[in-house]
Write a protein that binds this ligand. Sequence first.
Ligand SMILES: CC(C)(COP(=O)(O)OP(=O)(O)OC[C@H]1O[C@@H](n2cnc3c(N)ncnc32)[C@H](O)[C@@H]1OP(=O)(O)O)[C@@H](O)C(=O)NCCC(=O)NCCS
Length: 159
Amino acid sequence: MTISVAGFEDFSAAEAAWWRLLNDQQRLDYRGPDSELRTQNNSERVTRFLESRIRQGRLILARCEGELVGICTISPDGFLLDSTVQVWEIADVWVEPHARRKGVATAMIKHCEHECNMRGASEVRLAVYALNEAGLGLYQSLGYEVGAYTLKKNLNPTG
Ligand SMILES: CC(C)(COP(=O)(O)OP(=O)(O)OC[C@H]1O[C@@H](n2cnc3c(N)ncnc32)[C@H](O)[C@@H]1OP(=O)(O)O)[C@@H](O)C(=O)NCCC(=O)NCCS
């Protein structure tokens, strides 16, 4: 397995994986039918997003025998003030279903931690849905601990 920072030659494979991630996330964070996700507007947004991540060297890929099997992103967090603690965020973690439970995500996250550290971070943070057992298991196995809760409330209950 190789883990690397994506280049523009990786765009097509990364984009395809990205849509699989977005569709899969619907299990835990429903935003409407799959068919309505991949509109032209949304496709253009995803393209711009991925291009900017690649340009900034913030899209990380895992490959096995040349095949892309995992993606994730790293970003500096948006803390407004000068601070002595530099925090980066890891997000958009996706491993292709056939490549799971083989250590791909573990290798990607460790690579991300190293990249963030090299870019000045002394701490990394990430978010995971409360019902995402695989994600929770992954991050627990890597020593992550709870730092915050996000809360939600449905404003249009259907009865
Ligand atoms: C979560 C995900 C990234 C894990 O990828 P992976 O490559 O299979 O993870 P690893 O093989 O590195 O697993 C490392 C450890 O995480 C835990 N883990 C992974 N998948 C798990 C699962 N389905 N249930 C419980 N624990 C799990 C285990 O402790 C595992 O170690 P083990 O295999 O020795 O038991 C993958 O299942 C995935 O892409 N899911 C859909 C997207 C997603 O949920 N992303 C995370 C969003 S925050």
